[in-house]
Each structure stands twice: as structure tokens, then as C-alpha cells.
Design a protein around this ligand. Structure first.
Ligand code: SF4
Ligand code: SF4
Length: 92
């Protein structure tokens, strides 16, 4: 497929609903590491705490088949599918 997933981390609540529907299993909720927290701004740390130190990670964007099932699963509209010519997969 010529589509790739982009996750806007500012909108993502790390709820994991998209993870449940992805047939490729490339969406993963994981804990934010101490190193990552050290590099966060004050507001990003508050956000991280509010999301129980969880974060959505696209673990293998190349395996996205562009099915679009994750789009309606996200009530925060944090996911978009873009042409693969766009390299970025997350927006911090
Ligand atoms: S478009 Fe399909 S394959 Fe790609 S991340 Fe979303 S659910 Fe998974
Ligand atoms: S469904 Fe949306 S808000 Fe929930 S983890 Fe996925 S991208 Fe984030």
C-alpha cells in the first residue's frame, strides 16, 4: 500500500482502541521511558502523567496496509493516513 499512518501525539490519549483493531498489530501502547521523560517539556510531562505514562507507538510503519480500520476507532481523531512520500509517522 502507498499509505502510511501518522499519529498526532498531542491528540492521542493512549487509550489503545486503535491497537485492538489493527490487523497488522503494528500499533502498541507502551510505557514512556525515564529518558524520554527527561527530554519532555513541563506540559508534556503533565500529559504523560495524565495518560498513566502510556504512549502509542507505531512499531513497524512499513507494515501498515492502509486499511483505515484505526481511523474510526480513534475518537480523538489523532490518526491520519498519508501518502508514503511523507516520512514522518508521529507528531510530538
Ligand atoms: S491503517 Fe490498518 S494496518 Fe495501518 S495502522 Fe491502521 S489499522 Fe493498522
Ligand atoms: S485510538 Fe486514538 S487516542 Fe487511542 S491510542 Fe489510538 S491514536 Fe491514541
Amino acid at each position: 500500500m502507498n499509505k502510511t499512518i501518522i499519529v498526532n501525539q498531542d491528540k492521542c490519549s493512549a487509550c489503545g482502541d486503535c491497537q485492538k483493531v489493527c490487523p497488522q498489530k503494528i500499533l502498541k501502547i507502551r510505557k514512556v521511558s525515564s529518558d524520554e521523560k527527561r527530554n519532555m517539556s513541563f506540559f508534556q510531562r503533565i500529559d504523560c502523567f495524565y495518560h498513566k505514562n502510556n504512549k502509542l507507538e507505531v512499531i513497524d510503519p512499513e507494515n501498515c496496509i492502509g486499511c483505515g480500520l484505526c481511523l474510526p476507532a480513534c475518537c480523538h481523531k489523532a490518526i491520519t493516513l498519508e501518502d508514503k512520500s511523507f516520512q514522518c509517522v508521529t507528531i510530538e
